[in-house]
Design a protein around this ligand. Structure first.
Ligand SMILES: *Cc1c(COP(=O)(O)O)cnc(C)c1O
Length: 398
């Protein structure tokens, strides 16, 4: 009997994570699992630990956990903060809200600066709040670099400057789960104390690994501070990592994939990787504009280069549109999360992605808009195509 469920060709996984896993990474992971305490492992461990420092742009230390990104959020909080400590967070969207909820359930007091979910962090708002905190009660500022629910990026270098301008000593923690290796990020230069990330977005791996990049100050504070913890403790990791090992069984096969992904990012060159994402994001926004639809992010300086959230006209259901596109064109798009449910769909354009994949994606969206009877003008995909053709030399020139 033929399998009637078979769909020919590759599925288009255009959600903003997990992203398409390149063949090179799949092949690298297709390897017998080895003794993680044997001599062959050390090389792999060191390649990953040292390699991730080049991706975060830090000289200090990167901790690697077998966990989803959420685990690395918790690790960042429990290694540095105590029950009852106050943290300042910014409600940029669904993911910032989940991190805030976690902080609350760990016993932290959170102050949550509101936004309308259509922009990134306002550095001035952070500065104003910190200036008011003359007693120094705020122990940490926690922000999301790229808010995956809205397609808004926050300017972390400016948040750092705002903290310095206020003369405040709070620690800075940043979630880069959907931006690392897609959007320019500089852990050391921007004075970040903990950067949180995960494997399944810009790093082009399957889900299952997550990261904490640390500062010297974070390491020092955590030595005698933080909450009771065991699995997430940085110091067991740092001690074992010195010889390329881990304190418990690492996700060996994901590490094979990670080492390969790091090599691929450097072969392309990180600046070229960022330029590629910027260009695909710009082409996508031009398509959205030509369709006569609205990009959710309203602040051009905060546009995300890894995904675009698109608002549908009132009375039209974004989930029905996504279902139509999945059914007819075998493409998955991101859904609207919490208060955006049904109102937006999200186009992921990050990770292992090129011009023709973007054209396939935008063509699928445009055909879906037609099939689902969403009021729009045709020609968005053609507009993107024109832009890509005009800027094709950017890739080889940069
Ligand atoms: C995906 C994502 C998360 C959640 O990561 P998990 O791996 O699902 O735990 C958190 N923050 C942001 C910004 C994300 O994009």
């Amino acid at each position: 009997m033929p399998n009637r469920d078979y769909s020919a060709g590759r599925h288009f996984l255009q959600i903003p994570g997990p992203t398409n896993v390149p063949d090179r990474v799949l092949r690298a992971m297709d390897h017998p699992t080895i003794d993680h305490r044997g001599p062959a492992f050390t090389d792999l461990g060191k390649r990953c630990l040292d390699g991730m420092k080049t991706i975060f742009k830090t000289d200090t230390h990167v901790v690697i956990y077998p966990a989803s990104g959420t685990g690395a959020w918790e690790a960042a909080l429990v290694n540095l903060l105590c029950e009852g400590d106050t943290v300042l967070m910014v409600e940029t969207g669904h993911f910032a809200s989940l991190w805030q909820k976690m902080a609350t359930s760990l016993g932290l007091k959170t102050e949550f600066l509101e936004t309308d979910w259509r922009r990134g962090v306002d550095p001035q708002a952070v500065e104003d709040r910190l200036r008011d905190d003359s007693a120094g009660e705020i122990r940490a500022v926690c922000v999301v670099h790229n808010e995956t629910s809205t397609g808004s990026r926050s300017r972390i270098g400016e948040v750092r400057k705002a903290m310095d301008a206020a003369g405040h000593t709070a620690l800075l923690m940043v979630d880069t789960i959907s931006s690392l290796a897609s959007i320019d990020y500089r852990h050391d230069e921007w004075g970040v104390d903990v950067t949180v990330s995960g494997s399944q977005k810009g790093l082009m791996l399957p889900p299952g690994l997550s990261f904490n990049a640390l500062s010297e100050r974070a390491i020092a504070v955590s030595r005698n501070g933080g909450m009771n913890r065991s699995y997430w403790d940085w110091h067991d990791q740092i001690a074992a990592n010195a010889s390329g090992a881990f304190p418990f069984t690492p996700a060996t096969n994901l590490l094979y994939g990670l080492a390969e992904a790091i090599d691929m990012l450097h072969e392309e060159g990180l600046d070229n990787v960022f330029a590629r994402h910027d260009r695909h994001a710009e082409a996508t926004r031009r398509a959205v504009q030509a369709w006569g639809l609205e990009v959710l992010c309203q602040e051009p300086q905060d546009y995300s280069s890894s995904l675009t959230a698109v608002l549908l006209p009132e009375g039209h259901d974004a989930d029905a549109l996504r279902a139509t596109i999945l059914q007819h064109f075998d493409m998955s798009l991101g859904n609207g999360l919490s208060r955006l449910a049904g109102k937006v769909f999200r186009i992921g354009h990050l990770g292992d992605f090129n011009d023709l994949m973007l054209m396939g994606t935008l063509s699928g969206v445009e055909m879906g808009l037609k099939l689902a009877d969403i009021p729009h003008q045709s020609g968005g995909a053609a507009t993107a195509m024109q832009y890509l053709a005009q800027t094709a030399d950017v890739r080889s020139a940069s």
